[in-house]
Design a protein around this ligand. Structure first.
Ligand SMILES: Nc1nc2c(ncn2[C@@H]2O[C@H](COP(=O)(O)OP(=O)(O)OP(=O)(O)O)[C@@H](O)[C@H]2O)c(=O)[nH]1
Ligand SMILES: [Zn+2]
Length: 374
């Protein structure tokens, strides 16, 4: 289930008799579905309740590790469990909540690798790729670019687009695949196996599929599940609905265990296609994605150069001399702007929340005082 030592250690610190570590595989309005081993045997899915107090502080996301325990005495059946605590996330995939400005939405947690899917046909867009790479780097996971539907474009277009993607995905593997012609499927397979070998020795690595709606995430998930010739994943509902029967549109984020191969297993999270992925966080995500611009910027005259026309700007000079694409600089500046605007709004949101809570506290104190004086 991907129970890496860091989670085991934290679990030990907080475990009480009867509590279990559990991995969140699906989140719904009533709580969430987790994978746990309640009787020391096989892993089973349990639907668990998430107390409001806990959800308000930090809502669980697919991939989270939780400590669950039975509600009352005895029962170890489905529905008897409640989440007591969510463990610290190792990595996450977090975007700005859609339609809102100051809040974050965690799409998935505790990922080792994120397969950023983008189709090679109409959907192909470098700026979207750069945005996703920034998001993945920001959350601390390792991105891999998967260019899908390679069979839908002619050879020359494919070569050109793959090359363009390689140029923007610095230090990141780029693979082109097609589920139906079979192009690149062995490379995809190797990427999953490599994750299993590199990231995990005694626990399974977690991979996630992200990308716009219709790029072929579910198709790839199905392919990886069928690879081992097995029934498919352990998690029941998700995979059976993804199999066969017409078009499956992922409605909620789900984690499934891929069939075991040579005693090794990887976990895969399929996320729904997103129309809008706003940046979140003030970390290294954007800078890591545009590392070459950061390197050039060390040559700028001003330490805080915005590369917007200041004198002595080494980045602009690189654009003028054709060593850096103007499009690339523009994309970088746009994402930096967005990151700053979001951070400002998030602070504002936080400040208002504090004010509201403070005002409430003051009103309560006044009420208590009045009560005493009466
Ligand atoms: N030619 C071709 N078509 C593909 C490939 N992968 C997916 N498709 C088709 O693209 C459509 C969308 O595929 P899905 O796997 O459902 O896409 P998705 O990314 O999971 O979509 P959401 O669930 O909406 O996020 C389906 O009609 C697939 O048959 C591919 O490699 N080649
Ligand atoms: Zn500059």
């Amino acid at each position: 289930m991907g129970f890496a030592p860091r989670f085991a250690e934290e679990f030990e610190l907080h475990a009480t008799p009867g509590s279990l570590p559990a991995r969140v595989v699906r989140v719904d309005a009533q709580g969430c579905t987790v994978l746990a081993v309640p009787n020391g045997g096989e892993a089973v899915e349990l639907h668990v309740h998430v107390p409001k107090r806990l959800a308000r502080k930090r809502a669980p996301a697919v991939g989270d590790w939780a400590i669950v325990r039975t509600k009352g005495k005895g029962g170890e059946r489905d529905g008897d469990f409640v989440v007591r605590k969510l463990l610290e996330r190792a990595t996450s995939l977090t975007r700005r909540a859609a339609g809102s400005s100051g809040r974050a939405q965690v799409l998935a947690a505790n990922l080792d690798r994120v397969l950023v899917c983008s189709s090679l046909d109409r959907d192909f867009k470098l700026t979207r790729l750069e945005r996703w790479l920034s998001l993945v780097h920001e959350g601390g996971a390792e991105p891999v670019v998967v260019l899908t539907k390679a069979g839908l474009v002619d050879e020359a277009t494919r070569a050109r687009r793959v090359e363009a993607a390689r140029e923007v995905a610095l230090g990141v593997s780029v693979i082109a695949v097609d589920r139906f012609t079979g192009v690149g499927l062995d490379a995809l397979d190797a990427c999953v196996l490599r994750a299993v070998e590199e990231d995990a020795s005694s626990w399974a690595p977690t991979l996630a599929l992200v990308g716009s709606s219709g790029v072929g995430k579910s198709t790839l998930l199905n392919y990886l599940c069928e690879l081992a010739g097995g029934e498919g994943a352990m998690a029941t509902g998700s995979i059976s609905s993804a199999h066969g029967k017409g078009r499956h549109t992922t409605s909620h984020r789900e984690l499934v265990a891929l069939p075991e191969r040579d005693g090794l297993r990887a976990l895969l999270i399929d996320t729904p296609g997103l129309r809008e992925v706003g940046l979140w966080g003030e970390g290294e995500g954007v800078d890591k994605t545009f590392a070459e611009i950061g390197a050039l910027a060390r040559g700028c005259r001003f330490g805080d150069c915005q590369h917007a026309g200041e004198p002595g700007c080494a980045v602009r000079a690189a654009v003028d001399e054709g060593r850096l694409e103007g499009r690339r600089l523009e994309a970088y500046r746009r994402l930096v702007d967005e990151r700053e605007t979001t951070a400002r709004r998030a602070n504002e949101h936080e400040r208002r929340r504090h004010e509201r809570r403070f005002a409430k506290e003051v009103r309560r104190t006044i009420r208590i005082k009045r009560g005493r004086e009466d």
